[in-house]
Ligand binder design. Structure first.
Ligand code: ZN
Length: 343
């Protein structure tokens, strides 16, 4: 629980800071009408910290359809046309998809959060379900797909996750129709959501969709709302920790690092088993006497400080920092807390 709470706090800190960054937007999508002609901005960013624009609903044009489950689904009209083409192209390869969810109003989102809390609990909802007003589904541009396999509809998240090859086939086709995969695996610290193979987003430009998909970046990264660089992770050898232990620690550090405004993380390296001493464990427990930490771990990082001085940061400007330490401690439930960082 603590880990989840930390991750959420870190994410919010990161996105809070990121929200202040300038957002790059191409003037006109190269292969579609301009946003002005269409009314809505097809590159709109709606996430846990960016709410749906106030005038969105009045500009939005939607189409309603009924899916194979008999549910009515409402989609932004251009996104729906593109979806139909995608669906047809997939069907020609023997992959059958349908639309589970697309546009949800704020009231519907409130209702969904309530139902999912009852079914899956609060921790699940915090991870997968957006706060009303902050769901990309309000835009009408986010589509949740479900599968039809051997004539059977497969629509529960836990069932759909069993078909990674089918999702890979679907994802390979998205950009050709102006869609991107929105919640990438391993990018939870940026998007705020765990991997969702079914949640696709219409951006109304094949070129932009191809750029995003081929680089494997998030919409946040494409729009410049966050720095999304490739980080070299060196886990080395450990007789104490499994690869999973180390990877969990890395993801906690990335979450924390996301709040270092304007900084670019380059390398994260496990400091080695020598850091796991009783003395260090005592030290982290002194930092938080109620935490009851059971293990300690150290990583070393290399990163670049902000290139421009905005007068608000404590870094030496435009400098590569090396040997910067990260200390994490393991909680009783097995998660990692970032407890200290610096030289
Ligand atoms: Zn979705």
């Amino acid at each position: 629980m603590k880990k989840t709470v930390f991750a959420i706090i870190a994410l919010f800190a990161a996105l809070c800071l990121a929200a202040g960054c300038s957002v790059k937007k191409p003037d006109v999508p190269v292969d579609g009408p301009s946003p002005a002609e269409q009314g809505i901005d097809y590159l709109v960013l709606v996430n846990k910290l960016n709410a749906l624009p106030d005038d969105w609903e009045e500009k939005l044009e939607t189409t309603k359809m009924t899916n194979s489950l008999g549910d009515e689904v409402e989609v932004e009209s251009k996104a729906y046309d593109a979806y139909l083409q995608l669906k047809e192209a997939l069907a020609s390869e023997g992959v059958y998809v349908d639309l589970d969810n697309a546009r949800r109003s704020v009231a519907e989102q409130e209702d969904l959060a309530k139902r999912f809390t009852e079914k899956y609990g609060e921790a699940y909802v915090a991870k997968y379900v957006a706060v009303p007003g902050y769901s990309e589904h309000h835009t009408g541009l986010a589509l949740d797909l479900y599968l039809n396999i051997d004539g059977e509809d497969v629509y529960l998240n836990e069932d759909m996750e069993q078909y990674p090859e089918i999702w890979a086939q679907i994802h390979a086709k998205l950009a050709d129709y102006g869609f991107i995969l929105r919640y990438l695996d391993g990018k939870e610290h940026i998007t705020g959501y765990s991997y969702e193979p079914w949640h696709i987003r219409y951006v109304d430009s094949i070129d932009i969709a191809k750029e995003i998909m081929s680089k494997g970046i998030t919409l946040e990264g494409y729009l410049g709302a966050v720095n999304e660089t490739d980080v070299t992770v060196e886990l080395g050898e450990s007789k104490i920790y499994s690869e999973e232990d180390l990877a969990d620690a890395v993801s906690q550090i990335k979450c924390k690092f996301a709040s270092f405004k304007g900084c670019e993380l380059h390398v994260l390296r496990y400091a080695g088993d020598d850091c796991v001493t009783d003395e260090n464990l005592k030290w982290v427990n002194e930092k938080d006497e109620d935490a009851g930490y059971t293990r300690v771990i150290e990583f070393i990082s290399e990163f670049h400080s902000p290139v421009e001085d905005d007068g608000q940061n404590a870094w030496n400007i435009d400098e590569e920092y090396t040997g910067w330490q990260w200390w994490l401690a393991r909680t009783e439930d097995g998660g990692w807390d970032v407890v200290d960082w610096g030289y």
